[in-house]
Write a protein that binds this ligand. Structure first.
Ligand SMILES: [Cu+2]
Length: 97
């Protein structure tokens, strides 16, 4: 487990992000790649109506790098994400089914 970081760094990253809206989207998919260094995960996800997406394979950023330890390539997952104003998609929660 990573050590807890001090003071200002305890602020959740999502609070610092410029969000496109307060909406959290939910998706279901399969993990196809994990990039720990870049704090990114590639998912092949199904349609996500709340954001108007068809199913596709794409990379998401993660709010907290520790989320990447929760899943492995090949896992079927449920995930929540937010959209930033600069069109980045950031996972705030992910869990193997
Ligand atoms: Cu997508």
């Amino acid at each position: 487990m990573a050590p807890v970081q001090a003071s200002a760094e305890n602020t959740p990253a999502k609070q610092a992000l410029m969000l496109a809206s307060n909406q959290t989207h939910h998706g279901v998919g399969t993990v196809t790649a994990i990039d720990n260094k870049a704090k990114k995960i590639e998912l092949k996800h199904g349609p996500i109506k709340s954001i108007g997406w068809m199913g596709m394979k794409m990379y998401f950023a993660v709010d907290d790098a520790e989320l990447l330890d929760e899943v492995e390539v090949g896992d079927k997952v449920d995930f929540d994400f937010i959209e930033t104003r600069d069109k980045r998609y950031v996972i705030t929660d992910i869990e193997a089914q």
